[in-house]
Ligand binder design. Structure first.
Ligand SMILES: C[S@@+](CC[C@H](N)C(=O)[O-])C[C@H]1O[C@@H](n2cnc3c(N)ncnc32)[C@H](O)[C@@H]1O
Length: 253
């Protein structure tokens, strides 16, 4: 993982949890959605994956745990979080009361066919071990279960310096990996087609950012993390990158 990602996913994750705790419980879920984001994206995945009350949901690369908490609160799912960064694991434990396992998605500490569903949101592009991660998600999900992805897809070739240490796949490569993992693509939606974020959600995220900036604005970790987000924001703006939501299914075997 690059230093920029380490700063963002470890140090800043932990600061974010502290800020959310100081602002109050209404801020926990928006603060905990680091990159995946919007309620509309999460609702689309929750519906497409047919998540039912009581279903176990593995959140791979869970970060601070906001998306898992959103699914638990809106649909009654039972989350299990897997996240490699120790600071993010601590942040998720402080904000939400779900099991958190510290591990990489390419070696999930989860028994075969033991969860009803899994998702990885904004995670695939942060690791070169993309095929291994998809293979592991398939292994962990029960036959017939579904897998959700949020992936930032490159619309043109990018140098590694331009992609800031990320590994944005082209769509053909992503679909090839899905096929090699023996997963079936059920639905694909560009995040550009989703409705805008609700105003309260945006206001809460802005407030968290303002507070983080005030407390940590002069630290290197915050500045590196801010530079990383704004460069990725610019790639999205110029449509060199697009957000894609995928619902995949594991066959009934
Ligand atoms: C952009 S954040 C998204 C966090 C969370 N999924 C969300 O949507 O709020 C990417 C997360 O993936 C984690 N990550 C990076 N490499 C990973 C890997 N090989 N396996 C699993 N998670 C990984 C990072 O530590 C980080 O928490």
């Amino acid at each position: 993982m690059s230093d920029a990602m380490d700063a963002e996913f470890d140090t800043v994750a932990e600061w974010t949890a502290q800020v959310a705790m100081d602002l109050g419980p209404d801020y926990y879920v928006p603060a905990g959605c680091r990159g995946s984001g919007s309620p509309a994206a999460l609702d689309w995945l929750i519906d497409g994956m047919q998540l039912a009350p009581g279903a176990t949901l593995l959140d791979c690369g869970a970060g601070v745990g906001g998306p898992a908490a959103y699914a638990a609160r809106s649909r009654g799912t039972l989350p299990v979080l897997v996240e490699p960064e120790p600071g993010a694991c601590r942040a998720a434990t402080r904000l939400f009361d779900y099991p958190v396992l510290q591990a990489a998605g390419s070696t999930l500490p989860i028994a075969d066919s033991s969860v009803d569903a899994a998702w990885a949101l904004g995670v695939l592009c942060t690791t070169p071990q993309q095929q291994e991660l998809l293979d592991e998600l398939r292994r962990a999900v029960r036959p017939g279960g579904r897998i959700g992805l949020l992936v930032f897809v490159a619309q043109r070739d990018m140098s590694s310096s331009e992609s800031e240490g990320n590994h944005f796949p082209r769509s053909s490569r992503l679909l090839g990996m899905v096929e090699r993992a023996s997963l079936r693509l059920e639905q694909w939606l560009s995040t550009a087609n989703l409705p805008e974020m609700p105003a309260t959600w945006t206001e809460q995220m802005d407030e968290i950012d303002r507070e983080l900036n005030e407390r940590y604005g002069d630290t290197e970790a915050w500045q590196v993390s801010e530079r990383q987000s704004s460069r990725i924001g610019a790639l999205l703006e110029e449509e060199a990158l697009t957000g894609a939501l995928l619902v995949l299914s594991r066959g009934a075997y």
